[in-house]
Design a protein around this ligand. Structure first.
Ligand SMILES: *Cc1c(COP(=O)(O)O)cnc(C)c1O
Length: 357
């Protein structure tokens, strides 16, 4: 495991930063520096360095380009009112990166060292953390297999890279209910596959359904289980919660769903507020029935990018289930206010989730 010192080469040609944080969007800009570290069999992870942000030079036969041996993470640095910067539960992201690594035969990283690398990189580019309401610096750690071999086997040479992107509020108009399309044909993942890890292939598998939902005016797709196509899994890049007759339900993690850190944090908050939260199997039929009986009180998605996304409409074949009159629910609003309040250090952090840089 690496405990090496991170060498730093600063850019001689800093880029100009976007002036207006309201037009940042998501994933359009990258900062001046990146972190990079090599892995070679026999040598382990080595040569950690922060360098000017620049294109990579890869052999066209690099294995990640052909067989998708890749894993990634998504997290954010937030600006505190005193101008400092904080991370939100970075230990959970790095632990999950190693879960993904194990599934894809990628050598594990030293989690504490990786957090240190993130802290150093964010410190160097701290002026890139935007200031506007709802903005943050998105952090994208990822690992790619780079051996030049057109043969399928676990790589001996890999790169661990971290890049940073200043992002605006995911929904610039604030948290408004989104329209979601329940996908009946395509599936994202099955148990025993890779649904529980953040790896490129899962997102390639989702593009077609997302594209069709988009064409019909829906924001994202709600996935059903890949075997029976009966049970609710998750929404696009978010986990999903339903409030039915006072009970808050989210699908249990059984191998095909990504275990979100926002999901985990929402469960902790809701329980601390006295709500009953159950992680269990939840069929689409149960949700439809609850909607018909008037017991479907709220539905919302959770994820780092959008934080909380209330669901105003679910399209199930030719039925349109309207949830909570297409308004933001009380629970969704409280979770959003509390999570963003903790992340921006505007309210107390009783769980100790926030880490100062
Ligand atoms: C990243 C991701 C989530 C949300 O995870 P967070 O840790 O809360 O950001 C949910 N589903 C999928 C498929 C994801 O990739």
């Amino acid at each position: 495991m690496t405990s090496a010192k991170i060498t730093i080469e600063r850019t001689q040609t800093p880029k100009s930063k976007p002036k207006d944080s309201s037009s940042l969007g998501f994933g359009n800009y990258y900062t001046d520096h990146m972190f990079i570290m090599d892995y070679d069999s026999g040598q382990g992870w080595h040569n950690p360095r922060i360098t000017p942000y620049a294109p990579l030079s890869l052999d066209p036969a690099a294995m990640c380009l052909h067989y998708g041996q890749e894993v990634f993470e998504g997290m954010k640095a937030y600006r505190a009112p005193d101008g400092g910067a904080v991370l939100f539960r970075p230990d959970k992201n790095m632990a999950r990166l190693n879960v993904s690594n194990r599934r894809l035969c990628i050598p594990e990283i030293d989690e504490e060292f990786a957090i240190e690398a993130i802290k150093q990189l964010v410190s160097i580019d701290k002026d890139w953390i935007p200031k506007g309401e709802g903005t943050s610096l998105y952090i994208r750690p990822f690992i790619i297999a780079v051996d030049p071999h057109i043969g399928v086997h676990p790589a001996d040479h890999l790169l661990f890279i971290i890049i940073l992107s200043p992002v605006g509020a995911y929904y610039p108009e604030g948290i408004n209910p989104v329209r979601i399309y329940v996908e009946r044909n395509f599936v994202r993942a099955v148990r025993g596959g890779m649904g529980y890890v953040k790896t490129a292939g899962n997102y390639a598998a989702s593009l077609k359904a997302q594209d069709e939902a988009d064409k019909q005016g829906y924001t994202q797709v709600l996935w059903l289980d890949g075997v029976e196509r009966k049970y609710i899994e998750e929404v696009g890049t978010m986990n999903v919660f339903f409030k039915i007759s006072g009970e808050i339900v989210t699908p249990a993690l059984q191998g095909s769903i990504l275990g979100g850190i926002t999901r985990m944090s929402c469960i902790d908050l809701l329980r601390s507020w006295g709500y009953t939260v159950n992680e269990r199997t939840l069929s689409l039929a149960e949700v439809e029935q609850a909607a018909e009986n008037g017991n479907l009180e709220e539905a919302f998605g959770t994820g780092t990018a959008a934080v909380i996304s209330p669901i105003g409409e679910l399209k199930v074949e030719d039925k349109h289930l309207i949830i909570n009159d297409n308004r933001i629910g009380e629970v969704a609003q409280r979770l959003y206010d509390t999570l963003t309040g903790i992340q921006n250090c505007r309210i107390p952090d009783p769980f100790g989730w926030v880490v100062r840089i």
